[in-house]
Design a protein around this ligand. Structure first.
Ligand SMILES: Nc1ncnc2c1ncn2[C@@H]1O[C@H](COP(=O)(O)OP(=O)(O)OP(=O)(O)O)[C@@H](O)[C@H]1O
Ligand SMILES: [Mg+2]
Length: 504
């Protein structure tokens, strides 16, 4: 197997004033299992698309392999799954067995092939598209966030599957997943792009070590500059005093050799010049270090516009069941969610959790049985799972939701959203950036109760930590659906309710 060579790659989108990639070079062995990591909006998806040849760039990308990208675009989602697979793999009918082989390894049955693609659950779709990716040799797979629509079991199945493959780049914000499948890490940061030999844990270790070294260096430089600054101040003061003395002495008509204005002035100027130069050099050095330090993301605490409700009972359900496709979706659900409690609903992906939330939010025609009581005066902040339809720009978005634009921008900054992305059309944002827009809105708007549907999807690790810390600090009332087990465990105040099982 050969190498993928990236030489002096520079690229920016037309609406950008600075390059997203600037003369960056890299060698990737075609047998690597490379994990691509970095905060939202750093350019992970863009890099994959550059490898695919989707955009015009300067520099060179050389390789002998064909690249394939996940998720493949689906032109007609209502078509039969086998037809979709043929379209994305280019396989003829009698070669479909190749996909079936991969599907079986991912635990999918052949029966899926005859169903319309749009009726498959998100997890099934993910696995199916992955099977389509690995049908032929001689290709190098670019797998962009396969974990987003997978529940815990689905993630493990895909991790096991990728362990048996070689030659791919995978992007994911799920570190447990990454640790199982990668042997190299490419990290895209604010100030640098770095390659590491090892898995996520090795990378984290090395990254922390570098951060520590940079912090120590900064402290050292700061002490240095303080010392230099003090010297410079002293010199300035001394020169000033000498000037004073000289003029006073001349005024009295005394003969002063030592305090000759020209001599002192000249000497002082020389010393000053020298120290100024040293200062300048040190400051330049510090600037350089600072640009490296920008890499070390400061995690700013978030705020929540939570207004504790007056009511004790926020949401009461008794024997509650909803319809989905003319069938009853869930086991009877009995809930008494009280002020300050956080309840997590769980079910496999594609089960219909979102349908249940919609029923709670007032789509009464979805309710099949049971009673339902959501205090009318409770202000709900709803974070929907589906945000891909964002259009317009941030001022439009703030106006639509009737929230203050500057609060929204401020919140986005705290979430690590680059200022330069503020003026973008929302449709052009990265997946995580889009998620952050909806999330920032929910954090800003006044609410007594939060209904969050997969809030952490697409978010980078740092942002996940921020959200968790916020919830633990504010202790708001919430109903949450999410597959991140660590998060769910940390924030829930009640035992999770599994919708797919009988609840009583
Ligand atoms: N089509 C586009 N037009 C203009 N700007 C874009 C476009 N796509 C992405 N960007 C911008 O380029 C930057 C990198 O985006 P990219 O999607 O590559 O990030 P990412 O690292 O994949 O982020 P995420 O983790 O959120 O998926 C972001 O600032 C984004 O706003
Ligand atoms: Mg991306």
């Amino acid at each position: 197997m050969g190498n993928i060579q990236v030489k002096n790659l520079s690229f920016r989108y037309s609406d950008m004033t600075k390059n997203l990639f600037n003369r960056f070079s890299l060698n990737i062995d075609e047998s690597w299992k490379l994990g691509l990591i970095g905060r939202n909006g750093r350019g992970k998806t863009t890099f994959l698309k550059l490898l695919l040849g989707k955009y015009v760039y300067s520099g060179e990308i050389q390789s002998s392999v064909r690249f394939k990208y996940f998720p493949q675009p689906i032109a007609n989602p209502t078509a039969k799954t086998s037809d979709i697979l043929k379209a994305i793999t280019g396989l003829a009918d009698n070669d479909l067995w190749k996909v079936q082989l991969e599907m079986n390894k991912l635990g999918l049955t052949d029966a899926l092939l005859t169903r319309p693609f749009s009726t498959l659950s998100p997890g099934e779709r993910t696995k199916l598209l992955l099977a389509g990716l690995f049908v032929d040799d001689g290709t190098f797979q670019l797998i962009d966030e396969p974990t987003n629509h997978l529940d815990m079991i689905g993630r493990q199945t895909v991790a096991n599957y990728l362990q048996t493959k070689r030659g791919f780049i995978v992007v994911s914000h799920d570190r447990h997943f990454m640790d199982q499948v990668i042997d190299h890490v490419l990290s895209i940061d604010r100030a640098k792009i770095q390659l590491f030999d090892g898995n996520y844990e090795t990378w984290q270790h090395e990254y922390n070590r570098q951060n520590l070294a940079e912090h120590n260096e900064k402290r050292h430089l700061q002490t240095e500059i303080k010392r230099l600054q003090a010297t410079a101040d002293q010199v300035k003061q001394w020169a000033g005093q000498s000037e004073n003395k000289k003029s006073k002495a001349s005024y009295r008509g005394q003969k002063t050799v030592d305090l000759d204005k020209g001599f002192i002035g000249h000497k002082a100027a020389k010393v000053m010049k020298r120290s100024k130069n040293t200062l300048k050099r040190t400051e330049a050095d510090i600037d350089k270090r600072k640009s490296l330090l920008k890499n070390v993301d400061e995690v700013v605490p978030l705020t929540l516009n939570y207004q504790p409700p007056y009511q004790k009972h926020i949401l009461r359900l008794a024997e509650f069941q909803v319809w989905r496709n003319q069938r009853i979706l869930n086991w009877p659900l009995t809930i008494d969610l009280q002020k300050g409690q956080r309840l997590v609903l769980q079910a496999p992906n594609g089960f219909g959790k979102t349908t249940i939330l919609k029923a709670l939010l007032g789509q009464k025609q979805l309710i099949a049985h049971g009673s339902y009581e959501l205090s009318r005066t409770v202000k709900i902040s709803y974070l929907m799972q589906n945000f891909e339809t964002l259009t317009g720009d941030l001022p439009d978005y703030a106006a639509n939701f009737d929230i203050d634009l500057s609060s929204l921008l401020n919140m986005l900054r705290k979430l690590g959203f680059e200022r330069s992305a503020f003026s973008k059309n929302l449709a052009d944002l990265s997946m995580g950036q889009k998620r952050k827009v909806s999330l920032a809105r929910s954090l800003c708007e006044p609410a007594n109760f939060y209904l969050w549907d997969e809030p952490l999807n697409y978010l980078d690790v740092i942002t996940r930590r921020q959200i968790q810390a916020l919830i633990l600090a504010v202790q708001p009332t919430m109903l949450v659906i999410d597959h991140d087990q660590d998060f769910v465990k940390a924030i829930a105040t009640e035992a999770p309710i599994n919708l797919a099982k009988e609840t009583h």
